[in-house]
Write a protein that binds this ligand. Structure first.
Ligand SMILES: *Cc1c(COP(=O)(O)O)cnc(C)c1O
Length: 477
């Protein structure tokens, strides 16, 4: 495709403005600019240029997107419609914190309160905040709450424990709050090694951060023992809710011993990701941590709702107002649309789909942890890589077949990791086509691995120099 600058023809315009009927004043010469060098194109050229660019995008709405750890599931369009209802869209956030105007946004506050209650119900927590703007932001908020809690008890704690399978945001959040991060290796089952944990667990530990199921897509069977051990030295348990999609309606983190949780609503409750976002990372806590939650916060007192905007122990503001309210609105509706049974069914289908893919592919690809998986499965392509076709090569192959590649090279503890998360919203036909494409890639790796190096052929740019793209990015024409 050409750049729009290359399509420019001097004198072409995509607009018509009426002649000005006011007297124009001369703009001070020293402030006026000379040539702007903007592209000159007709309206049709302009429309075609951007529509065609948008068609190069990969999205859940166009193709299968089995990006492990990210849970790229279908986002129902009805939720977008609801988020655009003028009565919600046009609310000014100040209404919620000016005492005289709270009556004018009661519906929104009611929704926030109801969402907080539902989140607590699903996760087994007692109180929640919707303010954090992403999963990682929820982690930061949660660890700040944990830090304030220990400080309030004059307990000096310096360390946070994470497993070596943890997402990079876990150690990052802990160290942003000033903690030293201790990493515990995984055992041969792909779970946190409890004996190793015992060696590091003492009264210096503020929290143990866990994802369950973990980033290998495996349920941590020792989770109850781990939380009992952590609590026995006064440490708190933090639940990274990125994988809640696999267990919602089935198991509640609160019942497993977790004290603080965050939920990535874009992974669990069908709200858009990344560029389609913004996101939200609501946080839930057990009762004894309520006072530390960020402000402002909607709280039910008897029959009425109050907005808590002042609290001595609170960690304070972590976003403006209530964060991304419209995202929470979509998540709320998603939960309401599914209902209690739907929530469970969604988790069941996510797990069933992942196990289907895993079992159909395990004769072709190496499965480092051969046990029933949860919502995603992780293969290792290290043997393929020895033959000359790496995880990256497989990813490029799939692009040409019309699939978004799975997550590759994460989690870090699996060599040439190839992490597939089909989600609950895909049909068996789609999964079969995807499995067929991977089997074709395996055959190609055996017969002619060099052929991979020319892939993908269907994209505008085939293989960028990724180091150069990261270190020396040039985004202008
Ligand atoms: C996605 C993810 C995060 C970070 O969440 P964001 O919403 O992207 O900030 C943290 N932990 C795990 C395990 C994840 O998969």
């Amino acid at each position: 495709m050409k750049l729009i600058f290359e399509e420019s023809k001097s004198g072409r315009k995509s607009f018509n403005l009426p002649e000005s009927d006011v007297n124009l004043k001369d703009f001070p010469g020293e402030l006026s600019r000379s040539e702007l060098n903007l592209p000159e194109v007709s309206e049709l050229d302009l429309i075609r240029h951007f529509i065609n660019l948008s068609r190069l995008n990969f999205s859940v709405d166009t193709q299968f997107y089995p990006l492990g750890s990210c849970t790229m599931k279908y986002n129902p369009k009805i939720l977008e419609k609801a988020a655009n209802i003028p009565e919600f869209l046009n609310l000014h956030p100040f209404l919620s914190i000016l005492p005289d105007s709270i009556d004018r946004c009661k519906g929104a506050l009611e929704l926030i309160s109801d969402f907080q209650d539902i989140l607590c119900e699903i996760t087994g927590m007692d109180y929640a905040t919707i303010n954090p703007m992403a999963g990682a932001h929820g982690e930061l908020t949660g660890i700040m709450i944990i830090s304030s809690y220990h400080k309030s008890r004059n307990s000096k704690r310096t360390k946070v424990i994470v497993p070596d399978s943890s997402h990079g945001t876990n150690p990052a959040s802990a160290s942003m709050v000033g903690y030293e991060v201790v990493t515990i290796p995984s055992n041969s089952e792909g779970e946190m090694d409890v004996d190793e944990l015992k060696k590091h667990l003492d009264t210096d530990v503020a929290a143990v951060m866990m994802t369950c199921p973990n980033t290998l897509g495996l349920f941590e069977k020792n989770i109850k023992e781990i939380s009992d051990l952590a609590h026995s030295v006064g440490a708190l348990m933090y639940y990274d809710g990125a994988n809640l999609n696999a267990i919602m309606g089935k198991v509640r983190p609160g019942d497993l011993g977790f004290d603080v949780i965050h939920v990535n609503v874009h992974k669990t409750f069908g709200t858009p990701h990344g560029g389609g976002g913004p996101g939200a990372g609501p946080v839930g806590v057990k009762k004894f941590l309520e006072d530390f939650l960020p402000i402002p916060r909607v709280k039910r007192e008897g029959d009425s709702l109050v907005v808590v905007s002042n609290s001595d122990k609170s960690i304070g503001h972590i976003s403006s107002f209530f964060g991304n309210f419209a995202v929470i609105l979509k998540a709320y509706l998603y939960i309401k649309l599914l209902g209690t049974e739907g929530i469970k069914y969604s988790a069941e289908m996510a797990v069933l789909n992942a196990n289907y893919v895993m079992n159909r592919l395990k004769g072709y690809l190496k499965l480092p942890y051969d046990r029933t998986c949860m919502h995603e499965c992780v293969f290792s392509l290290s043997e393929m890589a020895k033959k000359g076709a790496s995880a990256l090569d497989f990813a490029k192959f799939l692009i040409d077949r019309g699939f978004h590649p799975p997550t590759i090279y994460f989690p870090l503890i699996v060599k040439e990791a190839f992490m597939i998360e089909p989600t609950e919203t895909e049909s068996k036909e789609t999964l079969d086509k995807f499995i067929g494409a991977i089997i074709d890639a395996v055959k190609l790796a055996e017969q002619n691995p060099v052929a991979f190096k020319e892939l993908p052929k269907t994209t505008v740019i085939s293989r960028p120099d990724e180091t150069k793209a990261a270190k020396d990015l040039v985004v202008k024409a």
